[in-house]
Design a protein around this ligand. Structure first.
Ligand SMILES: [Cu+2]
Length: 221
């Protein structure tokens, strides 16, 4: 009997993060500080366009694949900024990734270990292994910190990333390269920025209670 796998997205583990999951310490919500990170990239944006010849009713006839998104003032979008060594309990926050318009939305998601809900807003199959009556929602459980690549067997261009973080101190940069991390316990930390094609860069920062600290991280080729 053929085994039926009800997963909407083929999930490939790409890189195991060299982080050991921290035992959650006392939450640092009281008296914490804020990190205002700006991630920049001096290089050119990388955008590819691809002609689509199947499921065009849902996918359109052309997809734009944004590999490196650079906005105003060289701000780099879709970078995950985190403070891996900060101590704080991971809150269970419901996290959802949608398959919409034959794209993974959002392109980059960050979460603490727990359940990821995978939605399918398109009325088409997004994986050759699904049941014939496609489920609208599936849940995947991620227990360890890692960066996970999401791909679709049906639409080769579909791509997304899920960053599972060891603590709740993270953010994903917006179109201007900004990410804000709040309630970080005071202390000295290494702030890390990760991008799917540009890799990682780090910067030292000192967080003070009740204050906001700016940190600028430049990604290199
Ligand atoms: Cu698909």
């Amino acid at each position: 009997m053929r085994k039926v796998i009800g997963v909407l997205l083929a999930i490939a583990l790409v890189t195991g993060v060299a982080l050991v999951a921290h035992r959650p310490g006392p939450a640092g919500a009281q008296g914490g500080g804020t990190i205002e990170a700006t991630v920049t990239y001096a290089g050119a944006p990388v955008v590819e366009k691809l002609k689509v010849n199947k499921d065009t009713e849902k996918c359109g006839t052309e997809v734009v694949i944004e590999k490196v998104v650079v906005g105003a003032n060289k701000g780099l979008a879709n970078a995950v900024v985190s403070v891996p060594s900060a101590k704080g309990a991971a809150k269970a926050v419901k996290t959802t990734v949608d398959q919409h318009g034959c794209k993974v939305v959002p392109h980059v998601t960050a979460m603490t270990p727990g359940d990821l809900e995978l939605k399918n807003s398109d009325d088409i199959l997004h994986n050759i292994h699904t049941y014939s009556t496609a489920k609208k929602v599936m849940t995947e459980k991620f227990e360890k910190p890692e960066f996970i690549k999401l791909t679709c067997d049906v639409h080769s261009w579909m791509l997304g990333w899920v960053a599972v973080m060891p603590n709740p101190f993270f953010g994903v940069t917006d179109g201007s390269g900004n990410a804000k991390i709040e309630n970080v316990p005071p202390g000295k930390y290494t702030v890390e920025a990760w991008h799917e094609t540009l890799g990682k860069q780090t910067k030292e920062v000192e967080v003070k209670a009740g204050q906001s600290t700016k940190v600028a991280i430049e990604m290199k080729k």
